[in-house]
Design a protein around this ligand. Sequence first.
Ligand SMILES: C[S@@+](CC[C@H](N)C(=O)[O-])C[C@H]1O[C@@H](n2cnc3c(N)ncnc32)[C@H](O)[C@@H]1O
Length: 189
Amino acid sequence: MRFLEEIDTRDRADGTARMARLRQIPPETGKFIAMLAASTPSGEYIEIGTSAGYSTLWLALACRMLQRKIKTFEILAKKAVLAQETFRMAGIEDVVDFVHGDALEYLPECKNISFCFLDTEKELYTDCYEAVIPNMIPGGILVADNAINHEATLRPMLDRALEDFRVDAMIVPIGKGELVCRKVGDRAR
Ligand SMILES: C[S@@+](CC[C@H](N)C(=O)[O-])C[C@H]1O[C@@H](n2cnc3c(N)ncnc32)[C@H](O)[C@@H]1O
């Protein structure tokens, strides 16, 4: 984790182009999502937006504890290579099911989702949200990053989630702001 934290900090400071940067969550967000992931019912764990695998390392802690696996999606070839190297170096290849491709193509196949970390391009958030929530089990949790630092861009998706009768939702001021949605069971509108 420290190795990736140092690369991300250096690239932010030296003006490395946005798409070349790792664009990782800060450690406090990592701890937060690991704690939430560890408290969900049994089901499928997914992550949308792997980059070099920093957030996956945090989620792997919960997976190890609960003997579960996480499926994580990354579209860029260079990031896919970095992520696979991270998982090999960290010795978590048995816990991580890495998918190199467009998450939106795979999401309809993901059923019984109990945890989802959404951290991809902001214009994809609404489509990802709408694909994940119907396939999430009651008690399952979706966390979406950047709910505060990209609030204006994400406003339609945030409003959709905050008013969605299928979930209880709130924005938590940790890191860059985390939208947390917990799927509820059937209930009257
Ligand atoms: C903000 S970074 C993820 C950072 C990572 N969660 C972390 O904290 O270490 C967003 C990543 O989503 C990837 N991405 C963008 N569109 C995607 C898509 N359609 N499917 C899968 N990954 C995508 C980007 O290439 C980028 O690496």
